[in-house]
Design a protein around this ligand. Structure first.
Ligand code: MN
Length: 272
């Protein structure tokens, strides 16, 4: 290959997270890696954009050859925008977000900063992938070995065209010893929440905890992301963000003449 593949890495856990560095190191084995992450923990920031002109961008020392790292005073989406346009001048072949400390599955992906950061790639037809380690908080120590190797293999196959890359690839890896991982499963996103959000009793602040139940107890269907990970599979879910509810269109359209005449009467008729 003539020129090196250029990869933008981010995640919402912040520039100090070991997960984002494990991912950047894996990507540096494939190509030139630009790591741009929030300067603080920004999990749950979804698609949030700061819309500020004074976003701070600070270069961070990197011990690994081939990784240029920056901390941004903003959200993961800010990081992708800054990385893509300000730092790389649009010259990025792949966007990878992760390795998140916690699964991003089911309906939680809608507020996940890890997954939603990749939307910027999706909208610009840049192959994009999110990688999460579905930790349960009880591990004596975390291992990114499986997740970073899967990320590396998928990144290779996305950049050489072997794996379809017109959808966002959402990857969730079970946090279990590598010899217990059963393999790779293509899944759908479960239509329920995986991480339970709970309001703390003491100070009224919002806290969150990971659901400890098995997928079976949650009523999770076979073939979904939450099911796969709870059964020891690495879950690959292709995501194509589309927000229109086509089923509602006929009923809504049918009601429009009534709405129209009511609106006309209210605006033009000067009723009370
Ligand atoms: Mn996170």
């Amino acid at each position: 290959m003539g020129t090196q593949v250029k990869i933008l890495v981010t995640n919402d856990d912040g520039i100090d997270s070991p997960g984002v560095w494990a991912l950047a190191e894996a990507m540096s084995r494939i190509g030139e890696t630009l790591l741009v992450a929030p300067d603080t923990q920004r999990s749950g920031s979804g698609t949030s954009v700061s819309m500020r002109s004074d976003t701070s961008i600070m270069e961070v020392p990197s011990a690994t050859q081939g990784i240029h790292a920056y901390a941004v005073g903003g959200t993961p989406t800010d990081c992708v925008i800054v990385g893509l346009w300000r730092l790389a001048q649009g010259d990025i072949d792949l966007i990878v977000s992760g390795i998140n400390l916690g699964g991003n599955m089911g309906t939680d992906i809608l507020y996940s900063g890890t997954v939603m950061a990749t939307l910027q790639g999706f909208y610009r037809q840049i192959p994009s992938m999110a990688v999460s380690l579905a930790i349960n908080g009880l591990e004596p120590q975390l291992s990114f070995d499986v997740a970073s190797k899967v990320a590396e293999l998928l990144a290779l196959n996305m950049t050489n065209g072997a794996v379809p890359s017109h959808a966002i690839l959402n990857v969730n890896v079970p946090s279990i010893p590598s010899e217990l991982v059963r393999g790779i499963a293509v899944t759908t996103a479960a239509s329920r929440s995986y991480v339970r959000l709970v309001a703390s009793q003491q100070d009224g602040r919002l806290g969150h905890s990971w659901s400890p139940q098995a997928a079976a107890e949650l009523g999770i269907h076979e073939g979904t992301d939450i099911w796969a990970v709870s059964e020891g599979w690495i879950s690959l879910t292709p995501l194509r963000p589309a927000v229109t509810d086509h089923d509602s269109i006929p009923a809504l359209a049918e009601h429009v003449p009534t709405l129209q005449s009511d609106l006309q009467r209210a605006v033009l008729g000067g009723t009370d």
